[in-house]
Design a protein around this ligand. Structure first.
Ligand code: PMP
Length: 360
């Protein structure tokens, strides 16, 4: 197998790209008078410096993340949710109408949507019935998808979501390492839900897998879905390319400040994770008692995938009681399934109460 360097897999126009140089990236030191960025001279809504452009390199936030989340500060790019990170990866690596990506399905639906937006083909390798990786197929699949070259078009990206959405299970690191080193393109491990899992992060594999990229987010365990903070950890050449391609001010100063505040409360997050796991176990046990529940799949995330006899009827009946869950029954491999987020104890009690009404 040809071992491509990460830069050889990028689109040539991105490798050649001379990025936009913003006023704030050309000068970021201390000064008295800033007349370089065509800003208003004062913030008249609150005197919080909102009249100034934010740091395009998110330095304070990255420093805090490296301390609190044990991530390498110089190997990180931050963006408007991990969704922006996924879109950037398509734009950096995939030549429209020429390259393809490989998904381990069922998985997070946005990968396919971003592929469609970027006019990039998608190959699906189905997970097994219990949503584990189909290792017996992997040899053949890697052989097939490793056809092609950057010139003729090839499978550039492999997405592995672990813990996986919507199934909730995570994959052993040995399997991820083996896939990442057999796949010729770039392997992306989406760890949006890793804080809820007992498994170690794939960041620990980066020294052994030169084309491995890890995505994280503050939207789940850190409670900041509204602030939109996504993280990419990857090889230096990729981090440099992502900084070139992203919008210069892709994270607002407000979002950066709120994220730093959340990271200062790591103890609260740890307590929430312990509580969420206990509630996840309670919800699992309680759900298994209902006659219309066929299976509650084991979860390493903050949600449960549940197979029921009539998902449409269940979702409608709960909606009538003002409780919203996600119908996943039309997703490939998820027949009969609904996805339920683990809520607060009170929210979970309301759900269970409503289900008891439906049981009779
Ligand atoms: N990855 C996965 C697996 C997700 O489930 C989600 C959101 N549901 C995201 C990424 C997007 O997260 P963000 O809010 O950081 O854009």
């Amino acid at each position: 197998m040809i071992e491509y360097k990460i830069k050889e897999l990028m689109r040539p126009n991105i490798v050649r790209l001379i990025p936009y140089s913003s006023a704030r990236s050309e000068f970021s030191g201390a000064a008295k008078v800033f007349l370089d960025a065509n800003e208003h001279w004062r913030d008249f809504v609150g005197n919080h410096g909102r009249n100034r452009y934010p740091d395009p390199m998110h330095r304070d936030l990255k420093r805090m993340m490296s301390k609190v989340m044990s991530l390498p500060e110089d190997r990180m790019v931050l963006g408007n949710g991990s969704d922006e990170m996924i879109d950037l990866l398509f734009r950096i690596f995939c030549e429209p109408r020429k390259d393809k990506v490989l998904l381990m399905s069922p998985t997070y639906g946005a990968y396919e949507v971003f592929a469609d937006i970027n006019d990039v083909g998608v190959s699906h390798c189905m997970l097994k019935d219990d949503f584990s990786l189909n290792l017996a197929n992997m040899e053949t699949i890697c052989h097939m998808v490793n056809n092609g070259t950057p010139e003729t078009g090839m499978h550039k990206l492999l997405f592995i979501c672990s813990p996986n959405n919507p199934s909730g299970n995570s994959f052993p690191l040995e399997q991820i390492e083996s896939m990442a080193n057999r796949f010729k393109g770039v392997t992306i491990i989406d760890e949006a839900y890793v804080d809820f899992s007992e498994r170690e992060s794939a960041v620990t594999l980066m020294g052994r897998c030169p084309r491995l990229v890890v995505l994280r987010t503050l939207s789940k365990a850190w409670g900041l879905a509204n602030a939109r903070i996504g993280i990419t950890v990857g090889p230096k050449e990729l981090i440099d390319a992502m900084h070139k391609v992203k919008y210069p001010y892709n994270l607002s100063g407000i979002a950066q400040e709120v994220a730093i505040e959340a990271l200062e409360r790591a103890d609260d997050v740890r307590r929430y994770i312990v509580f969420m796991k206990a509630e996840r176990a309670r919800l699992t046990r309680s759900l298994q008692q209902f006659s219309f529940v066929q299976k509650v799949f084991p979860s390493d995330a903050n949600f449960l995938l549940v197979r029921v006899t009539d998902p449409d009827r269940l979702c409608t009946a709960l909606r009538e009681r003002h409780i919203i869950i996600r119908n996943r029954s039309t997703v490939r491999g998820c027949y009969g399934c609904v996805r339920i987020t683990v809520g607060s104890a009170d929210e979970n009690d309301q759900l269970l109460g409503a289900l008891e009404e439906l049981e009779v």
